[in-house]
Design a protein around this ligand. Structure first.
Ligand code: ZN
Length: 243
C-alpha cells in the first residue's frame, strides 16, 4: 500500500494543498500531529485532514489549543499563536482533535506512530543520537515514525547501545530495513532544517521503503494570511528561511 506520511502542518493550508497536489498516488494518509498552531488556517487544515480520513495523531500544539497542555510551557510567540488559534477554531474541529489519541495501534505489524517520541509521545524532541538511542527500547516494531522536530532524519539503532543518524535522500526510496529505526518525514508547514520547502514522505508498505519529497509552495501567500491574522512577525519571517 502507498501511504502519504505527513506531519507538523501547523495550519499552513497553502503548504498542505501543495503537498497533496504534488504527492504521488496513495491510498491512505497518516498525519503525525500538530495540524494547527503557528499558521493562519487551522479550520481549513483540520477540515482537510477529516476529509482525507487520515489516521491522525495529536501533537503538542493541538493539545495546547485544546487546553490539554499548559500554554506556559511554550515560548511567547507560540503561546500567542495558540491563543489566536483557540479564538478562531470551530467547535467541530476542536471536537475532532479531541478524539485523537497519542498512541495508535501498530500499523502493518511493522510501524509505530507517535508525534514526538515513543517514550513521551507528545513532548520529547528526538533531535540527537543519544535521545534516539534511549528511545529505541520504547517501541516493539522495527520502525517508529515521529514528527515534532520538523527535521527529516533517520536514526538507526546500532550495536553496543549506539545510534547513528543519516539523511533521507530526496525522491529516492530509502529501505526501512534492516535494523530498528526512528524516522522523521519533516514538516509540511514549518520546516526547520534550513530548507523552506514543504517536507513529506511516501511509504510503500509492501516494499518497506520511504521516499522523502520536498516541494516549494507559495510562502508569501501564507505569510500574508498570517500578517492579516495578526500573528507574531517572527513566526511569519521564519517560514522564508526554513528555521
Ligand atoms: Zn510541530
Amino acid at each position: 500500500m502507498q501511504i502519504l506520511l505527513i506531519s507538523d502542518i501547523h495550519a499552513n493550508l497553502v503548504a498542505l494543498e501543495t503537498v497533496l497536489k504534488h504527492a504521488p498516488p496513495h491510498e491512505r494518509v497518516w498525519c503525525l500531529g500538530d495540524v494547527i498552531g503557528y499558521g493562519p488556517h487551522p479550520n481549513e487544515c483540520v477540515g482537510k485532514i477529516i476529509a482525507l480520513d487520515a489516521l491522525c495523531l495529536p501533537g503538542n500544539h493541538d493539545w495546547a489549543v485544546l487546553g490539554k497542555l499548559d500554554v506556559a510551557d511554550f515560548v511567547p510567540d507560540a503561546q500567542e499563536a495558540i491563543y489566536w488559534t483557540r479564538r478562531v477554531l470551530k467547535e467541530e474541529n476542536r471536537a475532532y482533535l479531541d478524539t485523537l489519541t497519542e498512541r495508535v495501534p501498530t500499523q502493518f505489524d511493522r510501524y509505530t506512530l507517535v508525534h514526538a517520541s515513543p517514550r513521551q509521545p507528545i513532548w520529547e524532541y528526538v533531535h540527537n543520537k543519544s535521545i534516539a538511542r534511549a528511545n529505541m527500547d520504547h517501541f516493539d516494531t522495527p520502525v517508529c515514525f515521529v514528527g515534532h522536530t520538523h527535521v527529516p532524519i533517520v536514526y538507526r539503532a546500532r550495536e553496543r547501545r549506539r545510534a547513528t543518524d543519516e539523511a533521507l535522500p530526496i525522491g529516492k526510496p530509502f529501505a526501512l530495513e534492516p535494523g530498528k529505526m526512528i524516522v522523521n518525514p519533516g514538516s509540511v508547514g514549518q520546516p526547520r532544517d534550513g530548507d523552506p520547502r514543504a517536507s513529506y514522505a511516501l511509504l510503500d508498505s509492501d516494499a518497506n521503503t520511504l521516499t522523502l519529497y520536498r516541494v516549494a509552495y507559495d510562502i508569501n501567500a501564507t505569510q500574508e494570511a498570517m500578517d492579516a491574522a495578526g500573528l507574531p512577525p517572527r513566526l511569519i519571517n521564519r517560514l522564508a528561511f526554513g528555521v
